[in-house]
Design a protein around this ligand. Structure first.
Ligand SMILES: *Cc1c(COP(=O)(O)O)cnc(C)c1O
Length: 746
């Protein structure tokens, strides 16, 4: 079937009396047939990306775009009286939580686009990340039953299912293959757990609650389940093709571990080589060192997997033995390198009854990479400083990226067309061409202002429909959309908005450009403070939006169920991207890159990839504020006293609104708890652990400055435009090329 044939078939499609869902499935299957015929096996070296999360979003539009038939399909459907946007009712496949999972999806997209053989391995969760509703200001979690729409983009492979064994149960890992279309067709293989009811639980939920022993064991099972299925089939496939000459295995395979969740794959690899294929332990260890590479995504301790040995011994006794043995080899090696005792402890894989999975990864992996320049420096100087001293070549940086196909071509057709017109279509294939946009004229700026206005209107119209909040498209649009976490400091934005609100109300702030603050965020279900922050923002929104004295100037909206599809709309329609994490804590961020590429200026801290964004687009075209990593380190040393900031009357009023009855937390006491976290701390952390009060004043001033600058619309648009023109570096095409060259050698 060639493209003409595909379009013919599409024209022949009988749409009468069919539901959107029927049509979605039929068109998708037709496109699969069209796309898959050019799939061919590849015999060279492949890279495999093991990840707990793949936050794919909607496949329909993206796949049609990659197959080069999106516009044609749109036209054919229009002739039949069907608007292609009706398929927006098909919900996202949200098999991920946030940035880490979205990165995995962007990487697969870029690799296919570049024709590089990179394949994904993960879990086919029955329920993805919960669907969020906001009721009475509180987050409500609903199951995400994404499969009810059908799954036309996957092919179930019963013939390739594998048995995964735990001490107490056996589970089938049944592959579902999703093609990733591009110059080359790669594959995302997601395993579904089948067998007993107990076994099926393994692929039921993304991140099941792990505050109980059962929950922790389930999570360990998940990690082992897909890692073992992946490693098992890679070794078996190798033997089928090349026999048992495993020395050659790394010539054909490289395995990238996306964060610490799949690190257990290393132990399984060695287990299979020694137990199933009869290799010496020492040889298997060397082979593992040539095969695995590891990406660290965060320095927050909660994301660095660490297992109690009784859990591992109970359900995976052979894996426990192997990890203990790897730990012994490591200690031996560390001693030979001349490590001191405390250095050995620092790098320990097995110590005092616990397995440190990040240390296991760092010891084995041939490369360890951070995800932005600053983050990699922190890994080198802090988290993995000992390892860096003894293995100076292991650590390297690979600044994250985003696929410009989804995050520009697909989500911003209007801007894409403006680019085509001014710099030619070349950027769609080679994103570095975007640079030419730096030679803009007055006319380009005017046209860009028009594009931004159109995208803003589309976004605000959608928000009015989905959230019931009406906002004028003349407003300046700020957005802070990302997972809800204290370190991302949505709470600081909330306080800043309150201060601005009171200042407008009192008449103190007169020349404030009418602005809307858009929030979108899900909180982990058990994360009480994050949920309290959601409620607090919604309380502020209710107050601000209903105040007729100010609501011509200031509005706040918290959108429900922030996900990839929502993000596609928000990044295109936003003027100012809020990236205000505590310096040193946002490893990279990728939301910041999506906004930049769509012409939003960054208002943020010197953290993660923000630093590189302003390096490329110029500090003068963005709004940087707040304490740096160095300042915060010094402050911690000297002793930080957040309460002193409450002597500022504006801060006091904003912060005390948590406890003075201005807002209601429905009697839950959670606002008081938030207040205490800032002023008193808790047993496990200092007061205002994330320096919200420290950075608040300069944040408010920066926001006000952004508003003032916006009154010169042309100058502001010029800043936005320069951001677009210098965003090519943040395409994941660049990132993937670096991985391919420096790590994977594919
Ligand atoms: C890009 C993206 C993220 C990551 O956002 P950050 O601002 O980098 O944390 C999270 N969720 C969704 C749905 C995304 O598209």
């Amino acid at each position: 079937m060639d493209k003409i044939k595909f379009i013919e078939k599409l024209k022949e499609l009988d749409t009468n009396g069919k539901t959107t869902l029927d049509l979605y499935n039929e068109i998708s299957l037709l496109a699969m047939k069209y796309g898959m015929q050019s799939a061919k096996p590849f015999n060279g070296k492949n890279a495999y990306y093991l990840s707990m999360e793949f936050l794919i979003g909607r496949s329909f539009y993206n796949n049609l775009l990659e197959l080069g038939v999106l516009e044609e399909t749109k036209c054919v459907l229009a002739e039949k009286g069907i608007d292609i946007n009706v398929f927006e009712e098909i919900e996202d496949a949200a098999l991920g939580n946030g940035g880490l999972g979205r990165l995995a999806a962007c990487f697969l997209d870029s690799a296919a686009g570049l024709g590089l053989p990179l394949h994904g391995y993960g879990i086919r969760y029955k329920y993805g990340l919960f669907k969020q509703a906001i009721e009475n200001g509180f987050q409500v979690e609903l199951p995400d039953d994404w499969q009810r729409f059908g799954d036309p983009w996957s092919i179930r492979r019963d013939d390739e299912k594998r048995l995964i064994e735990f001490a107490d149960m056996k589970v089938y890992a049944v592959p579902y293959d999703m093609p990733v279309f591009g110059k080359k067709i790669n594959r995302l293989r997601l395993f579904q757990a089948e067998g007993s009811a107990e076994a099926e639980k393994i692929s039921e939920y993304l991140y099941p609650a792990d505050d109980t022993e059962d929950g922790k064991i389930l999570r360990l099972r998940q990690e082992y389940f897909f890692s073992a299925a992946a490693v098992g089939e890679l070794l078996e496939g190798f033997v089928g093709q090349h026999g048992k000459d495993f020395v050659k295995f790394p010539e054909f395979n490289v395995i990238q571990l996306n964060d610490t969740h799949p690190v257990i794959a290393i132990a399984e690899f060695i287990r299979l080589l020694t137990k199933k294929y009869g290799m010496d332990f020492a040889d298997a260890l060397i082979l593992a060192k040539q095969t695995f590479a590891y990406t660290n995504h965060t320095i927050l301790p909660e994301a660095l997997e660490c297992w109690n040995d009784d859990y591992v011994k109970k359900i995976l006794p052979e894996i426990a033995d192997i990890m203990i043995k790897i730990g012994e080899y490591a200690v031996h090696e560390f001693k030979e390198l001349g490590c001191r005792k405390e250095q050995i402890t620092d790098m320990a894989i097995y110590s005092e009854g616990r397995f440190y999975m990040a240390n296991l990864a760092v010891y084995i992996a041939k490369t360890v990479n951070g995800v932005a320049a600053l983050h990699t420096e922190i890994l080198k100087n802090k988290l993995f400083s000992t390892a860096h001293k003894f293995y100076p070549h292991k650590l390297q940086n690979k600044t994250n990226g985003i696929t410009h196909r989804r995050w520009l071509e697909l989500c911003n057709k209007e801007l894409s067309e403006l680019l085509d017109k001014t710099i030619g279509r070349g950027w769609r294939v080679d994103i570095t061409c975007l640079e030419r946009f730096n030679d803009f004229t007055e006319e380009t700026i005017d046209e860009f202002i028009q594009v931004k206005q159109t995208k803003k209107e589309q976004l605000l119209k959608y928000i009015a429909k989905a959230e019931g909040v009406k906002i004028s498209a003349d407003f300046l649009v700020f957005a802070q959309v990302k997972r809800l976490h204290e370190y991302k400091r949505q709470l600081m934005t909330a306080f800043a908005i309150l201060e601005i609100y009171y200042a407008i109300k009192s008449g103190e702030l007169r020349d404030f450009t009418p602005s809307v603050f858009i929030f979108g965020a899900k909180s982990a279900p058990a994360y009480k403070r994050a949920k309290a922050i959601i409620k607090f923002i919604n309380e502020i929104a209710a107050k601000v939006n209903s105040d007729s004295q100010t609501n011509g100037k200031l509005k706040v909206v918290f959108v429900q169920n922030y996900n990839v599809s929502y993000a596609e709309k928000i990044v295109a329609g936003t003027d100012v991207s809020l990236q205000v994490s505590t310096a040193g804590l946002e490893a990279s961020g990728t939301g910041n890159m999506k906004f930049m590429m769509n012409g939003a200026v960054t208002c943020g801290t010197m953290d993660g990839a923000n630093i590189e964004i302003v390096e490329k687009a110029g500090k003068e075209n963005n709004y940087i504020f707040g304490a740096t990593v160095e300042e915060l380190a010094k402050l911690k040393e000297e002793g930080y006293n957040p309460s002193s900031f409450l002597s500022n009357a504006n801060h006091k009023k904003a912060v005390e609104s948590l406890i003075d009855g201005t807002f209601s937390d429905g009697g839950s006491g959670e606002f008081k708890e938030l207040y205490d976290s800032l002023t008193a701390g808790a047993s496990w952390h200092e007061p205002d652990n994330y320096f919200v009060l420290y950075d608040l004043e300069c944040y408010v001033n920066t926001l006000i400055k952004v508003c003032r600058d916006y009154s010169d619309k042309k100058l502001f648009a010029q800043k936005q435009l320069i951001n677009i023109a210098n965003s090519a570096y943040f395409s994941s095409d660049r990132t993937i090329k670096e991985y391919a060259k420096d790590i994977w050698k594919i």
